[in-house]
Design a protein around this ligand. Sequence first.
Ligand code: ATM
Length: 226
Amino acid sequence: MRHPRTRRDSRGVFLTLEGPEGSGKSTQMLHLGTVLRKAGYSVLHTREPGGTKMAEAIRETMLSAASKEPVVPETEALLVLAARSQHVAHLIRPALARGSIVLCDRFADSTFAYQGFGRGLSLSWLQHANRTATGGLTPHLTVLLDVPVSIGLARRRRARGQQNRLDRESTSFHQRVRQGFLTLASRTPRRIKVVNANRPVEVVRAEIEGLVLGWLRTRERRAGAR
Ligand code: ATM
């Protein structure tokens, strides 16, 4: 199965949530999914790396801290891209074709932030490889939850038992990742909306909800006017 060459599926809506460690992304994803379903949308909630059986197996390999064998940055990038290729072909594109909202916890911006800005791999190579893996599929809207590294890592450590291989990277790595996300947002401000996640969870929740529902209504109004 090859990826079609279309940039976006015209029926469904592809929304992603991004952010560094401890930004509260997973909690906010669950809430947003509930809000969208209550508003009458059909929602597919998924995550990266992961989403299909094979992609989840790749996630386990990539994030496991069990092996003592150091992971080469290129290997890490190719693993997330392999997982993404399966995910896009077997889960995301079919859901978009059915007209669903696909709500995805991380996508290509994480590859640019972690493997590009964090690990120092070439962004143009990553963009090219990502296009090959996805057939050019790009989210319609991305919410970036931003939080200072010290706060994010402390939150993550408190959530005991959840530390993976990347959580254990140096503070400077996580700083580069955070700055990387903010750089991506400043380059594509129409798609990537930054939300300050260093506030009480319900304040952040309300902002995300307003932002996404407002964006969907504007899109529907425009589609109706055509
Ligand atoms: P979550 O903890 O948000 O499920 O993400 C899993 C990890 O995968 C996350 N790091 N930590 N800790 C970021 C990492 N990741 C990448 O490095 N590149 C990618 O392209 C994706 C999608 C995730």
